[in-house]
Design a protein around this ligand. Sequence first.
Ligand SMILES: Cc1ncc(COP(=O)(O)O)c(C=O)c1O
Ligand SMILES: Nc1c(O)cccc1C(=O)C[C@H](N)C(=O)O
Length: 398
Amino acid sequence: MSVSNLPLKHLFEIPEDTIYLDGNSLGCLPKGVVGRATDTIGREWGGQLIRAWNSAGWMSLPQRVGDRIARLIGAAEGSVITGDTLSIKVYQAVASALKMRPGRKVVLSDSGNFPTDLYMVRGLLQTIDAGYELRTPEPEQVADTIDETVAAVLLTHVDYRTGRMHDMAEITRRAQAAGAVMIWDLAHSAGALPLDLAGCGTEFAVGCTYKYLNGGPGAPAFIYVRPDIVADIEPALAGWMGHDAPFAMELHYRPAMSTERLRVGTPAIVQLSMLDEALNVWDGVELADVRKASIELSELFIAEIERRCPQLTLASPRDAAKRGSQVSFAFDNGYEAMQALIDRGVIGDFRAPNIMRFGFTPLYLDAQDVLAAAGILEEVISKELWRDPKYSARSRVT
Ligand SMILES: Cc1ncc(COP(=O)(O)O)c(C=O)c1O
Ligand SMILES: Nc1c(O)cccc1C(=O)C[C@H](N)C(=O)O
């Protein structure tokens, strides 16, 4: 693919004979990360011990890494903080949003949302036990369902199954016009396409860093809070690291005056330093270039698969402007076909009930990869290689 400075394959460890189309679930390993983890463990922890919180800058790492992510999601410096898992950050955002709209009793999401987002909301509402309701209309109906009973709208921008993308600016506008607080889950957007959080005015956004940001399995999540409201929000999960002066050890919680108030407990320093290192691959990269290459690669893939594999049905929006950076095809034996494909070095994934999912990560993928993957998928489908009984045990976790 001939987009300016992409791809940057040489910056990644990619196993030989592997075409990786699953960077939308777990990104590839950037080359510097192993060395950085070793340094954090050996030199910083091993050599500096407790002093490293100051001498190695561990205490400020959640904010510094947040600032690097902010550039990639169109947010101002200081408005993004890292830590915990995305599930926790969803909980915090929704809990804070409900406090901002006392008297309103509805959280609005959609029926396509990733399960953990819905589970976290239900768990929160059960804990509060004050007559709240979670509504989950079809994704296409969400905008028209926002009314003045809605306290918070929680949506995943890019659908994990189909790649269908909500109109962030328009839904944010509709939510705020009805007086609701907007929360975007950017799990499948951050690092995948240009975002303009500051411009769209959303109150909150949350996301993970192990997909397109390549932070590694279990890498810390992030949360964005619009700068003008941060001093007023009441953080659920008020841990000591979100206190204005953690080492004053005060008995009463006094939140930090910045996004730091969304911190909870001790940050996972090794993972955070791995993420910090992984973000180096983005230096000098423009999301507009990534998006252009992502659309070219995914259009190429769709054209090739529709020509070579008529048994598969496109399950993603055909219009690239309405898709994130993944392409899904429906196929009744998709599970088995995906196992057969993975066995031949093309790694995508399967999502129930029948979705074969392929992620496009232009930092380490090019047109040759896409053509080769399409050829192998054609072989799996046309020769019905997926019928081999070894592909039928549905025991994989992803
Ligand atoms: C939209 C969305 N939200 C949340 C999660 C997961 O959250 P966590 O990182 O807490 O496992 C995922 C993927 O795992 C996701 O796709
Ligand atoms: N977070 C994951 C994990 O811990 C194990 C396996 C997969 C994941 C994922 O990220 C799944 C992903 N969010 C999805 O869209 O399906």
